[in-house]
Design a protein around this ligand. Structure first.
Ligand SMILES: [Zn+2]
Length: 322
């Protein structure tokens, strides 16, 4: 160092900590919507439920846009969802993650699995797998295709169990019920299972709170976590809101986009749907005061397994001024 150099204290700033940095023991939850349309009540339930679980534990709440499937993406939907969440006062920590920008992480994880012999190229056609009852256990001999998929090798007797905070003990024989599952599709797109496992670990997520439609795919994610040597988060699956025909709400059926201009009625309906004590929310209060009371009063032990009927939710919404 020469005498004319600046003192060490005036040197360049140290680089910022990586986004996954987290105080030891801190809860970090997340909401991970697919940008397929406006935020409807079912997505609000997942957003509010995951936000309450994280904030109620004094933790962080992150947002990840699950735009891994470009074919299903609606242009502008992600930005609209983020605006709606902000209007509802559900403010996130950390940068918003986009799966479409994280392909390098998925590629690295896939390479590790292939190198370790835990994943393999599959040349089977869709009908080959359908002929096997939809459960892939071995490749059709001699099959070759220019665009093979990559699957995780699920060994015989792969029974996976975990404890869900709402649904209790869940167990699945992944080899018999699911089979070797796809990590990278034949068309080159990343499979959701791989992306979500890599993302949750990379972003330091400790608590996965999401809709019960993903309960069945959790054992696959646990197998992948184990294969990649990643930590296992805690899981809480929220009740689904079903339409009158028993189908999950989607934009093609009875779902209503939530009203970003008037968030309190939908938040109250979501609080009700999450089984929470209505007396914990002030009868008339600002959005900020309502959210603060919700964080103080939240009790995960009251969340019902569901599913919930959309009609009841609509009725709760209709009680907005009662
Ligand atoms: Zn195959």
């Amino acid at each position: 160092m020469t005498p004319t150099s600046t003192p060490p204290s005036a040197g360049p700033l140290p680089p910022p900590p990586p986004p996954r940095a987290r105080r030891h023991g801190t809860v970090r939850g997340r909401f991970a919507p697919s940008p397929t349309g406006a935020l409807h009540f079912g997505s609000l339930l997942a957003a509010f439920g995951s936000w309450l679980a994280a904030r109620g534990a004094g933790g962080e709440w992150w947002i990840r846009i699950e735009d891994v499937d470009a074919a299903r993406e609606v242009p502008g939907a992600a930005a609209m969802q983020l605006r709606t969440l902000a209007a509802f006062g559900l403010v996130h920590d950390g940068p918003v993650g986009y799966q479409s920008r994280r392909g390098h992480l998925y590629a690295a994880a896939l390479a590790r699995l292939l190198d370790a012999g835990l994943a393999f190229e599959c040349h089977c056609s869709r009908s080959d797998v359908a002929d096997a009852g939809g459960v892939h256990r071995s490749c059709r001999p001699g099959a070759r295709r220019p665009d093979p998929a990559v699957r995780l090798r699920v060994t015989d007797g792969s029974r996976v169990a975990f404890d869900d905070a709402v649904h209790g003990r869940i167990a699945q024989d992944v080899d018999r019920e699911v089979g070797d599952f796809v990590l990278r599709r034949a068309d080159g797109w990343w499979a959701y299972q791989l992306a979500v496992v890599v993302d949750d670990a990379d972003q330091g997520i400790t608590d996965v709170v999401r809709g019960a439609d993903l309960l069945d795919s959790t054992p696959r994610q646990l197998l992948l976590q184990h294969a990649l040597g990643l930590p296992r988060p805690r899981y809480l699956h929220l009740p689904l809101v079903l339409d009158d025909d028993g189908h999950k709400l989607s934009k093609s059926s009875a779902s209503l986009p939530v009203d970003a201009a008037d968030p309190l009625p939908a938040l109250r309906a979501a609080w009700h749907a999450l089984g929470q004590d209505p007396h914990r929310l002030p009868a008339s209060a600002s959005l900020a005061a309502t959210l603060a009371a919700a964080v103080r009063g939240f009790d995960a032990g009251r969340i019902p397994r569901g599913p919930l009927a959309a009609t009841a939710v609509h009725n709760a919404l209709a009680m907005r001024d009662a």
